[in-house]
Design a protein around this ligand. Structure first.
Ligand code: SAH
Length: 413
């Protein structure tokens, strides 16, 4: 089966305009987080790109008092507003200067779709340069999960995932990622989501893009999302999940941060022959290397690793593969999420039969592997795993390229 490859030598998928970050062999990004792009391209700087020190320095550079930065942080992260009109504790003149310089509107909601009586909401966002991304809010009894995009498009080219098909447009800035969460938090706080006022409890990097291919910005976003209010949104680090195809050096780097965020690894096959096809980056980092990195991550953080496995009829759902998967995971700190494949437009693949899924699950369970089958949320609005398809076709539901994982019963447990 012909499978598109990520461009050689570029684990994050090759050439593209805008704020692109490549991860070198040692997993080090080529640029620190939060800085402006050379030549001024890419999204403008935003408060949420900066840590509290950098925000104060930025206020000073604008000729304002340093504490104004803290006031701005409180408005943005605690009161969830970026409207200067709301900032009555800041003198009117300073408000304009600060908001213009530090609170640009990075994303505009182009379209909003909901299902599950409004408890699942997908937003199509348009960035200032015209790039499209999507985020999904999922409300469950007792928790709300925001599924966010880390890149416009994706360079990983997994053939079953809609996002992978059109390639990578660009990395998102930290603030463009954080903005997706703030928008969800704001809608909840204002009671716009059925079920009464609420808060975002979980964030999963399972929207468009490969988060570890945009390492420094994703990490900065995680810090903004988890720093205590008002420096950040105050969401528990344990309630954040970073999902990856398995960029081994970057997994090592994340482990070294000692942040107790959950790592999800998109495995989808226990054997290299099949995984080479389903997750093409496997040609660079094999199953054994990915899992070694995952176990090191579990050791470093004490967190159980989520192993994502999309069940594809007659492709990866055989009994022997369930046993092979159990062999790999047995004795390790892991949990398997089985995801019935969400067919993407034009794909020849479909989800496994329920009976086959049950058997696959049972085989793992019998071997003592914790396993759950995700109930996929958002399929009707093309908001489920692998269906996010924002790239360039905002008027056509489900068209285009975006693919993503929406964990319906997923992370956050
Ligand atoms: N690039 C990251 C995060 C985005 S995808 C990663 O690959 O982990 C989030 C999850 O949804 C991944 O496990 C991905 O493999 C899965 N996924 C993608 N397309 C899917 C589809 N069509 N059906 C089911 N799951 C899919």
């Amino acid at each position: 089966m012909p499978v598109p490859h990520p461009k050689p030598g570029s684990p994050d998928g090759g050439e593209r305009p805008g704020p692109v970050l490549t991860i070198g062999a040692a997993g080090r990004p080529d640029r620190p987080s939060g800085d402006r792009l050379p030549g001024g391209s890419g999204p403008p700087r935003h408060l949420a790109d900066l840590d509290p020190q950098e925000r104060r320095a930025a206020a000073e550079q604008l000729g304002e008092r340093r504490f104004r930065a803290d006031q701005l942080s409180r408005h943005y992260f605690a009161r969830l507003t970026d409207d200067p009109g709301d900032m009555t504790d800041v003198p009117a003149a300073a408000r304009g200067t600060l908001a213009a310089a530090l609170l640009p509107r990075l994303l505009t909601a182009e379209r909003e779709l909901s299902c599950d009586q409004g408890q699942t909401r997908k937003t199509l966002w348009r960035a200032l340069d015209g790039a499209y991304v999507e985020s999904v809010l999922m409300r469950y009894p007792g928790r709300v999960t925001m599924c966010v995009s880390s890149q416009a498009g994706c360079g990983m080219a997994c053939p079953f995932c809609a996002t992978g098909q059109a390639g990578l447009t660009r990395n998102l800035s930290a603030a463009e990622i954080v903005t997706q969460v703030v928008a969800g938090a704001r809608a909840l706080a204002r009671g716009e989501v059925p079920g009464g006022p609420g808060r975002v409890s979980n964030v999963v990097f399972m929207g468009m893009g490969e988060p570890l291919a945009n390492y420094s910005r994703v990490l900065a976003a995680v810090r903004r999302i988890t720093d205590p209010v008002p420096d950040g949104l105050g969401i528990s680090r344990r309630a954040v999940t970073v999902s990856t195809v398995g960029l081994v050096p970057a997994i090592g780097r994340l482990a070294a941060e000692r942040l107790p965020v959950r790592l999800a690894v998109s495995l989808h096959a226990p054997d290299d022959a099949l995984r080479d096809e389903l997750v093409p980056v496997n040609r660079r980092w094999k199953v054994a290397q990915v899992l070694d990195a995952a176990w090191a991550y579990a050791d470093a953080t004490g967190r159980r690793v989520s192993v994502e496995y999309a069940l594809i009829r007659d492709i990866n759902d055989q009994a022997w593969r369930a046993e092979a998967l159990a062999d790999l995971l047995s004795g390790h700190l892991a949990h398997v999420n089985l995801i019935p494949l969400n067919p993407t437009p034009g794909s020849k693949w479909t989800a496994s039969d329920p009976e086959v899924m049950r058997e696959f699950e049972e085989r793992l369970a019998l071997r003592g592997i914790p396993v759950t089958v995700r109930d996929t949320r958002g399929t009707e609005i093309d908001g489920a795993c692998g269906q996010l398809a924002a790239a360039g076709r905002p008027g056509v539901p489900g068209a285009g390229a975006g693919g993503t994982g929406i964990p319906a019963g997923g992370p956050g447990r």
